[in-house]
Design a protein around this ligand. Structure first.
Ligand code: ZN
Length: 448
């Protein structure tokens, strides 16, 4: 039994003081507020639930810093995608495993306890399935096990190049499956993660560009009750393409044609009209915001105010993995709403802390989207973050969360996943070994 005594802890009902959290095995066994510390307890200042990172493409971590030079004309999402495809086409399974392990170390050090890996780099460089069709997914699983992060594996169904549907391009060859090969991929992936602690699996039709409605209807039962993730309405061109092909906007079509409910996570959902906003909020689905990537790619601004006013759920993901920061994702989302609406403290309710509101909502949405649970309460997984607030001891505890999200004085100290401490004083326990391997892979990829 591990006993953590925290001066302040963020519980489901809000901040509480003098909190004793007892961990038995992988779960929280008790939470007592206004407790007295014992000398044998581990002492912490500010304890919060660790969050799920609901959207990642691990291999894209290798591109961080590589797509920031301006081209001849206007650079867009689509020019970024060409750089990404080039990188994707060069990687071996060993490369992907080394890059994913480094990424997952960084996620843990940022305060994430689980990753939703939206995994579409399936086949070899020629576009042929590996002898084991789930080879790449198994490498992702191995990386998650080495780093010690919870995994929600989301094998992607990707069949077409665009609306129509059009044939996939040659540079998409590593992503492509038929419904039949996807069924096999799901079966093998499911058994591959069966032995992995705390792993979950769901399905991910890539987008309405890459999967038809009929195909999505056919693969839905393969989720077997797990999460269903889809990219949607990230780009204006994508919305226009959908209207041209189907006479409907993407979210309008999704909600009208498919049984979208609380199992679904709509990634980005940036460009929405009023009825789409109400429709998603009313469906119980989670919107998967990836604020840093969406800003990096110039996607647009999510209509957060009307969506939250309708009670919509959201979580955050790091998507392209250009920068891994939990506080940074939440800050970028809040700032996008401030800039777009010319207001301050957009996400909090009257009188409330913005940092607390962002964390509570994103923790709940992230867990829902990943088929997991989150929160500091008895019976829940012991997924915890201790923040190092030693540099702002002069601030009242109620303001320390905001100082973490918006300032630079607070850092992630310790992180536990399912009761095991993986990060101490901001450093992952296997971080150096994993980093060395990652740098070797990157040097080879860059000189190829
Ligand atoms: Zn994505």
């Amino acid at each position: 039994m591990t006993r953590l005594f925290a001066k302040t802890a963020l519980l489901p009902q809000g901040l509480a003081h003098d909190v004793l959290v007892e961990i038995g095995g992988d779960r929280i066994s008790s939470v007592v507020t206004d407790a007295s510390p014992a000398t044998a307890d581990e002492h912490h200042n500010l304890l919060i639930p660790a969050l799920g990172n609901l959207h990642s493409h691990a291999f894209q971590r290798a591109m961080s810093g590589l797509a920031e030079r301006r081209g001849q004309g206007d650079d867009t999402f689509w020019s970024w995608r060409s750089v990404m495809y080039k990188m994707a086409l060069s990687m071996t399974p060993d490369d992907v495993e080394a890059i994913a392990a480094q990424l997952y170390v960084e996620m843990l050090e940022a305060g994430f306890c689980r990753v939703g890996e939206f995994h579409y780099l399936h086949h070899d460089r020629h576009g042929s399935p590996y002898a084991n069709i789930a080879e790449m997914g198994e490498r992702i699983a191995a990386a998650s096990a080495e780093a010690g992060i919870g995994l929600t594996l989301l094998p992607v169904f990707y069949a077409h190049g665009g609306f129509g549907p059009t044939s996939p391009g040659a540079d998409q060859r590593r992503f492509i499956n038929s419904v039949g090969s996807y069924e096999k991929l799901m079966a093998v992936s499911r058994s591959a993660i069966a032995g992995l602690d705390h792993a979950r699996i769901g399905i991910a039709p890539h987008s309405l560009r890459a999967a038809t409605l009929d195909e999505i209807r056919t693969i839905l039962p393969m989720a077997e009750g797990g999460p269903v993730h889809i990219h949607i309405s990230e780009q204006v061109l994508e919305v226009e393409g959908c209207v041209t092909a189907h006479g409907k906007r993407p979210v309008e079509m999704l909600l009208g044609e498919l049984p979208v409910d609380g199992k679904w996570c709509l990634i980005h959902a940036t460009h929405l009209d009023a009825s789409e906003i109400s429709g998603i909020a009313g469906s119980g689905a989670v919107v998967g915001l990836c604020p840093i990537t969406e800003a990096n790619l110039g996607d647009g601004i999510f209509p957060g105010l009307p969506y939250l006013a309708e009670g919509g759920a959201f979580g955050v993901g790091s998507d392209s993995n250009v920068s891994i920061s939990l506080a940074g994702e939440l800050r970028q989302f809040e700032y996008s709403q401030r800039l777009g609406n010319r207001i301050r403290n957009a996400v909090a309710s009257a009188g409330g802390s913005t940092g607390e509101a962002l964390l509570q909502k994103a923790a709940a949405g992230g867990a829902q989207a990943l088929g997991a649970q989150s929160g500091i309460a008895p019976g829940l997984p012991a997924d915890l973050v201790s923040l190092d607030v030693s540099r702002i001891g002069y601030l009242p505890p109620t303001d320390q969360l905001d100082a973490w999200i918006f300032g630079d004085d607070v850092t992630v100290g310790d992180v536990w996943v399912a009761g095991r401490k993986r990060v101490s004083s901001g450093r992952h326990h296997s971080g150096e070994t994993i980093r060395r391997r990652f740098e070797q892979v990157m040097q080879r990829l860059m000189s190829a």
